[in-house]
Ligand binder design. Structure first.
Ligand code: GLV
Ligand code: MN
Ligand code: MN
Length: 416
């Protein structure tokens, strides 16, 4: 049978237990997760995920960026697959659900289809994208970005972490440098379930966010170079303090953000001070900068204004600034047909829902360049994410997973 019965419910208990199982890989004392991409902990989580996929008969492929694709055949071999998934890597002080929810809910969709004896018309593929977070190598949406052709594999594989380990070496070390190139293949649709990571759904008491688009962003790598010198003997006029200049630039990021009101976003999240010794005036500071806004014209303006004004601060302080734009992502609207399937699923299930723009970046943003895409959000406690205390309720996970199930099955069985 291929039609969807409205009494077909995913197994909420199994979903929750599987989420908690995955959260054991990299569990932190504060109840969060540290599962940095391409580390041995990530490998353990991936192996666990792969074993559970294979246990339900899925065929798992890995591409050269370590992206994992777990396929369930459809009835019609000519149909393109319906894709769904998210990421299993986390921030250094991450939560249990950012990314893992979309992957583990995808596994629950596959298991539920088996329970109900459903063979969809189109094949299905559950995906774990490599390095969504960007926290280890400084570049988010890496696996999906290469898959979508936004970044070259060579450039991404050459990026190194703070210890000098490259993406390519890390992929080989954990045994996830797969044989097939990371490149887009034809697919019918992509759905990604994710926690909102912000406060809107919770504040409005809504169970489901129907994500219509994701906001624009621009990221930089900044290196300020001054001169190391003795803290006790170097008088004010002779100081070329890279950290003081960086502080001015960080304050600029915050000012430019605040000038844009409620919708403004601007962050320096990573700072590396050299030589990082109490009695040496810092000679080099390397830091990240990112701006985001729902209106991509604002991001374009920031991309003009920020480098100009940062340069003035560096010059005034007698240091040099090397600013590298890592990437600029335009606002990404999602596919109206796929978004509508999410809307219809929420409505049929009697779940309260609202349309929402994603503040966070997601693999869906790059996948959407090639494949009709939609996202489903569920609320998280206090809108808190990228924090070990990130938390959702089992019934919130269940609601999101049920919407994912219905949207995927509807798409995979649609009349062509
Ligand atoms: C991904 O976590 C992001 O930076 O939005
Ligand atoms: Mn995420
Ligand atoms: Mn994240």
């Amino acid at each position: 049978m291929t039609g969807l019965q409205t009494n077909q419910r995913i197994d909420s208990r199994r979903l929750w237990d599987s989420l908690m199982d995955m959260a054991r890989f990299g569990a932190t004392p504060k109840g969060g997760v540290k599962r940095l991409t391409l580390t041995d902990i990530d490998r353990q989580g991936r192996d666990h995920f792969r074993a559970h996929c294979e246990a339900v008969g899925l065929t798992v492929r890995v591409d050269a960026m370590g992206n994992m694709f777990a396929r369930r055949p459809g009835r019609d071999p000519d149909r393109l697959p319906v894709l769904f998934g998210s990421h299993l890597d986390s921030q250094p002080t991450g939560g249990k659900f950012d990314g893992a929810l979309g992957v583990i809910a995808g596994l629950e969709v596959m298991r539920s289809l088996d329970d109900f004896g459903i063979v969809t018309e189109a094949p299905l593929e559950l995906i774990n994208w490599t390095d969504e977070e960007g926290s280890r190598f400084g570049h988010s949406l890496m696996g999906s970005g290469v898959w979508a052709g936004v970044y070259t594999q060579d450039r991404m594989q050459a990026l190194a972490d703070l210890d000098g380990v490259t993406v390519g070496a890390a992929l080989r070390d954990i045994g996830y440098a797969g044989p097939e190139p990371a490149a887009p293949f034809p697919a019918d649709a992509y759905f990604e379930l994710h926690i909102e990571q912000g406060p809107i759904l919770e504040a409005e008491g809504k169970q489901i966010g129907i994500v219509t688009s994701a906001q624009a962003q621009v990221w930089y790598d900044a290196v300020v170079t001054g001169r190391d010198s003795h803290a006790g003997t170097t008088p004010p006029a002779a100081r070329r303090d890279a950290l003081v200049a960086a502080a001015g630039i960080i304050e600029l990021v915050d000012r430019l953000m605040r000038a844009r009101g409620e919708a403004g976003r601007g962050t320096v999240g990573r700072l590396n001070v050299m030589p990082n010794s109490c009695n040496v005036i810092p000679g080099e500071v390397r830091f990240s900068v990112e701006f985001r806004h729902p209106d991509e014209a604002e991001v374009e303006r920031l991309a003009g204004q920020f480098p100009r004004e940062a340069e003035v601060i560096a010059r005034d302080r007698g240091v040099t600034l090397e600013l590298t734009e890592l990437f600029r992502i335009p606002a990404q609207p999602f596919d109206p047909g796929c978004v509508d399937l999410v809307r219809q699923a929420a409505s049929r299930l009697g779940l309260s829902a609202r349309e929402i723009v994603s503040g966070a970046g997601h693999d869906a943003v790059y996948v959407a360049r090639h494949v009709p895409t939609a996202m489903i959000f569920v609320p998280c406690k206090d809108g808190l994410s990228h924090n070990e205390l990130e938390s959702i309720l089992p019934e919130e996970a269940e609601a999101g997973c049920q919407v994912l199930f219905e949207a995927v099955v509807a798409r995979a069985n649609r009349a062509l």
